[in-house]
Design a protein around this ligand. Structure first.
Ligand code: APR
Length: 313
């Protein structure tokens, strides 16, 4: 059986980390694409040379030619600028919109059958633009945010309770911004509701840290934003697709009435399998969470409005 082909559009911190993860897990042959000459080739060669040590034999190729992504099963997009201290994700809108328009056309023309996972920020606007530019159906264009935001929530809860992250089930919905919605009512630790285990004030603080977790890392790194955990999150989504796992994962999905929202990308639980985003899953929310989701979605609508103005200018 032919190996899967995974193209990583953008070979910066997240792109290169994903290439390494794909190789270590022998997920498929990897193409690492970037506009910077030599850099994707150098990183690909470096990863390839770790093959004899780690025992993988998938190929990792670096390129500056979009034509090399032809026949990709999956394209994961990180091309664009990352945040620096003091910047919000939304500050990246203008510059990253131009980059996503260009790479979206490249994906449409060279890999018309691919499942596309967008990571570039501001995520909800960039995944909207990717769907528009490629013209791909909604099941084949998805944004990576929820797996990461939920992992951050789980990390902080596990730290609080001194338990394994494996014992914490948690979900974060909404846009990938500071008003994302950690769903306390469905969060469990070892099957027990978190509200029975952690005081409300502590949960408030943990949820606030979750909302600002990306910024916490930007402030520490000073030169860029998080990359290990975003890379891991996107690869988890790619695996669900490539292995037809039918896994339920939170992701930015195009809604057409689910959760009372229409014609916009918002973070919700979806089932990912060989059909891409096969279904949007509607989980019960309490009144507060419903209200928070409305607020978060209205921010996404504003962001898409700003995107339209940028594209029109
Ligand atoms: N085509 C391809 N690659 C591009 C293009 C383009 N038109 N323009 C920029 N790039 C590349 C850059 O050359 C760089 O190598 O995108 C890469 C981005 O890498 P980093 O700056 O290291 O950023 P990274 O940490 O990987 O984050 C990428 O994901 O989480 C988001 O906010 C983050 O928007 C940012 C993106």
């Amino acid at each position: 059986m032919a190996r899967s082909k995974i193209s990583l559009i953008g070979a910066g911190n997240i792109g290169a980390t994903m290439a390494h993860l794909c190789a270590l897990r022998a997920l498929g042959d990897v193409v690492l694409y970037d506009i910077v000459e030599g850099m994707p080739q150098g990183k690909a060669l470096d990863i390839s040379e770790s093959g004899p040590i780690d025992g993988f034999d998938v190929t990792v190729t670096g390129t500056n030619a979009m034509a090399d992504i032809a026949g990709s099963d999956v394209c994961i997009v990180t091309s664009g600028l990352a945040r620096k201290p003091g910047m919000s994700r939304d500050d990246l809108l203008g510059i990253n919109a131009k980059i996503i328009s260009t790479v979206g056309q490249g994906i449409r023309d060279n890999a018309p059958g691919a499942f596309v996972i967008v990571i570039t920020n501001p995520l909800d606007a960039m995944v909207t633009l990717m769907k528009r530019v490629t013209g791909f159906p909604k099941n084949r264009v998805v944004g990576m945010a929820g797996v990461l935001d939920s992992a951050r929530y789980r990390t902080f809860l596990a730290l609080e309770l001194g338990v394994s992250v494996r014992s914490v089930e948690a979900l974060v919905l909404g846009g990938h911004g500071d008003d994302m919605v950690p769903v306390r009512s469905s969060c469990t630790v070892g099957g027990v509701s978190v509200e029975r285990l952690v005081k409300a004030e502590r949960l408030d603080a943990i949820e606030q840290r979750t909302r600002q977790a990306g910024g916490e890392i930007v402030a520490l790194l000073k030169t860029g934003s998080a990359f290990y955990s975003p890379a891991a999150a996107a690869i988890r989504m790619a695996e669900a697709f490539l292995y037809d796992r039918k896994e339920i994962l939170p992701a930015a999905a195009y809604l057409e009435g689910e959760y009372g929202l229409r014609d916009l990308y918002v973070g919700v639980p979806v089932r990912i399998g060989a059909g891409g985003v096969e279904q949007v899953i509607e989980v019960p929310l309490n009144e507060r969470e419903k209200q928070e989701l409305v607020v978060s979605a209205s921010h996404v609508t504003d962001l898409v409005g700003a995107l339209d103005r940028v594209l029109a200018s």
